[in-house]
Design a protein. Structure first.
Length: 86
């Protein structure tokens, strides 16, 4: 049987420009887990073209980078909200 191989050359910027917001966040997390980035400092700005989601993502970034300073009550509120979601 014949053996075929395919090589596709994709530039990182081409790949990232096609990613959704959640895929970019996932990519950052993978890069951290695999040791390519030291940590996520929360300064990555994922701005929307119309600016509507900017405040939402800034709030999520703050929560992500500030877990160690949240009180038990704060965590309980976050968990309560997350349990409402599918």
């Amino acid at each position: 049987m014949a053996d075929f191989s395919t090589y596709i050359d994709v530039e990182p910027s081409e790949y990232v420009s096609e990613c959704s917001r959640s895929e970019i966040i996932e990519l950052i997390e993978i890069l951290i887990e695999e040791g390519h980035l030291d940590s996520f400092n929360g300064k990555v700005k994922l701005s929307s073209k119309d600016g509507i989601d900017d405040e939402w993502y800034e709030a999520l970034n703050k929560l992500h980078r500030s877990k160690m300073v949240l009180t038990k009550e704060d965590e309980d509120i976050i968990f309560t909200i997350s349990k409402k979601l599918p």
